[in-house]
Design a protein around this ligand. Sequence first.
Ligand code: 5RP
Length: 224
Amino acid sequence: MTEDDQKLAAAKAAVDYIKDGMVVGLGTGSTASKMVDLVGARVKDGLDIVAVPTSEATAEQAKGLGIKVVGLDEVSVIDVTIDGTDEVDSEMRLIKGGGGAHLREKIVASLSDQMIVIAENKKMVETLGAFKLPVEVIPFAASALLPKMEALGSDPVIRQKDGKDFHTDEGNLIIDCAFGAIDDPENLAITLSTMAGVVEHGLFIDFADVVLIGTDDGVEKFGG
Ligand code: 5RP
């Protein structure tokens, strides 16, 4: 099975959780995009849902597929959110934000009754941190935050795209922090959250309810 097949298998397993009448949070990234395609196909077949996208890219994709997209001002609860991840450990702690959408992703997940994480096998790790931790910061603070991120033990860089600073959907910058193994994700999450100028970091702790991992032997389920 290719990594793409594994992503698709996990996405297929996840959309089974979606039922008529639900408000569904739609994640961002290549795995989430496969899931959005599958949701679109089910909507064409008559599934009756509304969706809260976690990025402009996902909103555009969903609308193109005929999925009814709503904002947080239009719903009081999100039944289930399905999203990808950059890393997940055995305690279902995540690093997200490789696609630069973790701020909205975390807000949508925090409002959801259930968060289902979908990924290919290689995203399962023993220790978080091989993937550079994305930290969204306001542009005014970015250069001042670099030495602070360094003092925390990371090698920080401001994310670039097409030779320019990458800006998130909220107009912020991302500092990608190479920490290497993160021994105490809970503590790091608190430290980052209390730094002035940091909008949101990509550590998702106590968010995932179910993790579905595509493997060569089928989809492995954790939690739930
Ligand atoms: C976007 C994310 C994505 O879920 C994460 O980067 C995984 O992406 P992909 O499915 O393309 O590997 O957090 O902000």
